[in-house]
Design a protein around this ligand. Structure first.
Ligand code: GRF
Length: 205
């Protein structure tokens, strides 16, 4: 079995790094990394790992639908079967989502449907919740609204320094995202016939 994924980044790329490290000796290949920003550290991480990269900035092509069409074509040419959003800070246009329907996943630092969108860790702290978590979900045309694939909950650590709290979320993300990719690649993920919101996951343990 060989399975190709494409990863979309906009910034630091720590989730991309987790994928690179976790999938190194697997049959899953990171065939392409696309970035919405030329200065994303994720691009350097991909290059260091010998992965083909390309920048698709709206500054170069302000028509989002056209930009996304070129992006989808570039990924398809590289045989990408699953698109992984790893800190990709833009919404993909409906045309892209239709083209890769059911084959796009995203990692989000909250227990969806709580706290979708930007600043979810800040929102959780502000709200004063006791339990928080990380979600990997399929991407549809909404904001963090697609079917949930994996979630991991934990007691929200309140630190004076928010970067310590953030690190906790990231450690969980770095475990959950590669696990989700492995499950999909192994064909262990399906949508329930009666309820398309319900993602069935065959145990990987
Ligand atoms: C992650 O925390 C992810 O949940 C969010 O954006 C952040 C990206 O971090 N969508 P990185 O670029 O993977 O380091």
């Amino acid at each position: 079995m060989s399975f190709s994924i494409g990863v979309l980044v906009s910034g630091e790329g720590s989730n991309l790094q987790a994928l690179i490290d976790d999938l190194r000796d697997s049959e899953i290949e990171i065939a392409a990394v696309a970035s919405s920003r030329a200065d994303a550290r994720g691009v350097q991480r991909a290059e260091a790992a010998g992965i083909e990269t390309r920048v698709f900035a709206l500054a170069d092509e302000p028509d989002r639908a056209k930009r996304d069409e070129t992006l989808a074509g570039w990924l398809e040419e590289r045989g990408v079967e699953l698109v992984v959003l790893a800190g990709f800070m833009e919404l993909l246009t409906p045309g892209f989502i239709r083209r890769y329907a059911g084959r796009i996943v995203n990692v989000h630092p909250a227990l969806l449907p709580a706290f979708p969108g930007l600043g979810s860790i800040e929102q959780a702290l502000e709200y004063g919740v006791k339990v928080a978590g990380v979600t990997v979900h399929f991407v549809d045309e909404g904001v963090d609204s697609g079917p949930v694939l994996l979630q991991e909950a934990f007691e929200l650590p309140y630190h004076r320094d928010i970067s310590v709290t953030r690190r906790h979320f990231q450690e969980v993300e770095h475990r959950l995202l590669p696990r989700a990719v492995r499950l999909i690649a192994a064909g262990r993920v399906s949508l329930d016939g009666d309820n398309p919101r319900l993602v069935r996951v065959e145990a990987d343990g």
